[in-house]
Design a protein around this ligand. Structure first.
Ligand code: NCD
Length: 357
């Protein structure tokens, strides 16, 4: 059964096809009105969301399908201690496809191993957020007219910002990409993204704490919110929360053709006055998210007709190593066995959260 857990589950060609489908939906929406008639999507959101959940729901409705689900963990049986695996098995009885957001890293992966319908990762802790990347790719393609040959600045919380991790993985497969990583040292990119993606594929990147120094060189600026809910130490959050604020003065340093993306919600990191700058693409990006989610639902439902495709990989699994990431799903679900596999960079990593074991 084909699911979308990491953006790397799809090839570049498949991502290009999704972008092409989304553009066709934009041009000919009526062609798609009945494509998902009698199909149901479940949105299982164990963490807050505005754009992701509602754009998934709007996407399914615009395809002629229906939606069921919940928007907080407290209204599901997870609050009674039901496991992710059981939840996935139950929902497979009711719907044709499900989108899951969860604070635990690896939770949608566990669901995909237990569901008999496609599972979409709608954000797992500070790990991955592949459908936001779909929105980002369509936005960059529409704003810049290309996905190759550009310098991308990623600014803010690169440690816990799951959207950043998935975007780097996707853009690293394009040619002529260079990254500028702009963050306080405490919120630097996690090791698995650096080793498994940037170093492994020899992608040029610079690390800086200065947004002003980076701005003149960028084609895309990807701003992010400091992820308050992922901090263990409130004082550290308070010290770092206003590290970067993009305002109209700073925008004067940027190229005329640069575009500004932000997965949203924003807190303080982009002043409202920047919204009037034609380079501010973040509201268009939110709309693009709906079209890409429509394209994704269509693709996964089509592939589900051939459930043998993409069987779960069981090769190379190692069971005697313990994952120590406190945010991993394997810490709370008793029946999950700690499991690791040698990843692309040759390091043994937890199969749920990708941290070294
Ligand atoms: C992001 C998320 O949830 O990771 N939002 C979104 O899905 N558009 C970013 C964030 O919460 O800061």
């Amino acid at each position: 059964m084909r699911s979308l857990i990491s953006i790397l589950d799809f090839t570049n060609d498949e991502l290009d096809q999704l972008i092409a489908t989304a553009k066709d939906i934009i041009a000919n929406p009526e062609k798609y009105w009945d494509c998902c008639k009698h199909k149901k999507l479940a949105t299982l959101f164990f963490e807050p969301s505005t754009r992701t959940r509602l754009s998934f729901e709007a996407a399914m409705i615009e395809l002629g399908g229906s939606v069921i689900g919940f928007s907080q963990a407290s209204s599901s049986s997870a609050s009674k201690g039901e496991s992710m695996a059981d939840t996935a098995k139950i929902l497979s009885c009711y719907v044709d496809i499900m989108a899951i957001r969860h604070p635990r890293e690896g939770a949608p992966y566990v669901a995909s191993r237990n569901a008999s319908v496609p599972v979409i990762n709608a954000g797992d802790g500070g790990h991955n957020h592949p459908t936001q990347t779909l929105a980002d790719l369509l936005t960059i393609s529409r704003e810049m007219g290309r996905l190759d040959d550009m310098t991308i600045g990623l600014c803010g919380d690169l440690k816990y910002g799951r959207t950043v991790h998935s975007l780097i993985e996707a853009m690293s497969r394009h040619t002529g990409i260079k990254f500028v990583l702009i963050s306080p040292a405490e919120l630097a990119l996690p090791d698995y993204v650096i080793q498994n993606t940037l170093e492994k594929h020899h992608i040029p990147y610079e690390v800086t704490t200065s947004l002003e120094d980076a701005l003149p060189h960028l084609d895309v600026l990807y701003m992010t919110r400091i992820q308050q809910e992922r901090f263990d130490d409130v004082e550290e959050y308070n010290r770092l929360k206003d590290s970067y604020v993009l305002n109209t003065e700073k925008m004067k340093l940027a190229k005329e053709k640069m575009c500004v993306l932000h997965p949203l919600p924003r807190v303080n990191e982009i002043s409202v006055a920047v919204d009037d700058d034609p380079r501010a693409a973040y509201f268009r990006q939110a709309l693009n998210g709906k079209y890409m989610r429509m394209a994704l639902i269509l693709k996964l439902l089509e592939e589900a007709k051939d459930p043998e495709k993409e069987a779960i990989r069981t090769d190379g699994l190692v069971y005697d190593r313990i994952c120590t990431n406190p945010k991993c799903i394997c810490q709370v679900e008793q029946e999950l066995r700690h499991t690791a596999r040698v990843s692309e960079d040759g390091v043994l990593r937890c199969i749920y959260c990708e941290q070294k074991v």
